[in-house]
Design a protein around this ligand. Sequence first.
Ligand SMILES: *Cc1c(COP(=O)(O)O)cnc(C)c1O
Length: 437
Amino acid sequence: MMRKNSEMMQRDLAVIWHPCTQMKDHETLPLIPIKSGKGVYLYDFEGNSYIDAVSSWWVNLFGHANSQINAKVKAQLDTLEHVLLAGFTHEPAVELAHKLVAITPTRLKKVFYVDNGSSAVEAALKMSYHYHLNRGKKKPVFLSLTNSYHGETIGALSVGDVALYKETYEPLLIANRQVPVPKDQSIASAGEALEILERLLSEEGDQIAALILEPLIQGAGGMHMYHPDYLVGARSLTKQYDVHLIADEIMTGFGRTGKMFACDHADISPDFMTLSKGLTGGYLPLSVVMTTEQVYEAFYCDYNEHKAFLHSHSYTGNPLACSAALATLEIFEQSDILGENQQKSDYIWQEVAKFQQLENVGAIRQQGMVLAIELQGYAPEERIGLRLYQYALEQGVLLRPLGHIIYFMPPYIITYEEIDRMIAVAYEGIVSLNTSA
Ligand SMILES: *Cc1c(COP(=O)(O)O)cnc(C)c1O
């Protein structure tokens, strides 16, 4: 039966409260009901197509309805859909954990399964605090970077710094200190930020369990990027002050930054790494906290010593999700995805050079398969990002700016023709902002 977009929208709005949305906006802003997806395209109920230039909130790597991932999930579906992971195990969880240990930085040897990004951050924070406690030290404070984002549950929100999401809940949050993120991608700004980090650690390091950061790219903070030298310095300082380093690679993991993990650009091994989003190729909710033998050992003792990590979620390590992740990693193994991405990202960089001539365009920056363009000269009330979003949708491209920052973060299977289309629509959209104002 053919349903119209408008009909679906009405049925939706009668019952669904959407994420990260002022629902009243939908009095004027249409909701786009998606019927199907294939490759970089999403299709609505009236046959319109949209290039998914934001990988459906940064999760999709190899396209929608990818045949290889589909096949593996379908096979798993007929084998085992779910089983608890306490006291039991299953093949997809075991195989995936081995693969993750093999491809992540060397010190990460243990995999703790969770089921979404924020929960992985919560688990890493709890583990870090608990580790110090098990070793006889009380360190009740976490350290994070300004402009950071680590998710929206209470603990994750506490270590984040996006006022829009955080301010309202301030009285509910846990103890957190912040140091400035390097202000740009230069080595000099990394050095300046490290000096402040060192000062804080030397004064308050005995209270701090962990430094959590998004390596190289702060996603929700407007695709803010910084130099890998900061990671090198942060790793050695945290070690020096007995503070854990938690690399939140939920957005940056699985090739997004040009290497498999952002930490690889600095050749560092953190104490914890959180992974989600691209982990299942954008198919199913799954996340992991990777950690070291040293952390694992601090919890390993007789039950009555009460040192175990008693944290769980119902869908921890779901077999369907693990099989989607295994298929995703197989795709990485079968061809030179990172090499092909490098060429695509060089091409994107070259093609956006012309944006620099537009007077409403400020800084343009890129790291791997993320390119961000800052618009300048607009007040927040103008909701310039929203206008651009609407323009691009009408042209068949899904861009979802973060405030005044437009970014491209497409699935890796995007073709050069589709890149051209995505860039052309963004360009025309930016030009039209001034003429339609
Ligand atoms: C998206 C994101 C999270 C939160 O993950 P959810 O699955 O949305 O809860 C945490 N950290 C970073 C860096 C993210 O980009």
